[in-house]
Unconditional design. Structure first.
Length: 178
């Protein structure tokens, strides 16, 4: 199992993972977010990304204001920077988006430990499923994503899971050997 807590695993990954590693370390993204326990989540860490996939980073904050100040201070000068507050999964959430080179970055912060946030939990379940079902399964997920499906609906489609795919994948956490 990959240790997703440290992005150094990207150094030995595919070309897109290596590029992501260089971009994140070269621009001190994870270093600047360190007080908020940043974890890169989503499709790039588990090699099911497509050309338009972004770099998603979940963070945990104690104070939304301090988190926003740090994000604004370090990233607001990047192209297409936006920051907004919303409610996701009944939690106050701050989301910042911007570009570094050709990668869109999304920083997602909640007052929830990073490893308990849905983005991290989905990625861990998806990674376990990819290991369990192999390369053809991975290829089919990527194919569905290229056809326009989001990641969790693509998994639900292939696994024939009914209902809300985001919640359904989380029900597999206790079933899969992670």
């Amino acid at each position: 199992m990959i240790d997703f807590n440290d992005i150094s695993y990207l150094k030995n990954g595919n070309s897109r993972q290596r590029t992501a590693y260089e971009l994140l370390t070269g621009n001190l993204v994870m270093e600047n977010l360190k007080p908020f326990d940043p974890i890169l989540v989503g499709t790039i860490p588990i090699e099911i990304d497509i050309e338009t996939s972004d770099l998603d980073i979940v963070c945990s904050w104690q104070s939304a204001d301090i988190f926003k100040d740090v994000v604004l201070g370090h990233f607001s000068a990047y192209p297409n920077f936006t920051i907004r507050d919303t409610i996701i999964n009944h939690e106050q959430t701050t989301i910042a988006n911007f570009f570094i080179d050709h990668f869109q970055i999304e920083i997602f912060g909640q007052n929830v430990p990073s490893r308990q946030q849905s983005g991290y939990r989905h990625m861990v379940v998806e990674h376990a499923l990819l290991i369990k079902y192999g390369d053809d399964f991975r290829t089919n997920i990527i194919k569905l994503k290229r056809e326009g499906l989001k990641t969790e609906p693509a998994f639900a489609n292939i696994l024939n899971i009914q209902g809300d795919p985001y919640q359904a994948l989380l029900t597999l956490e206790n079933v899969l050997t992670l």
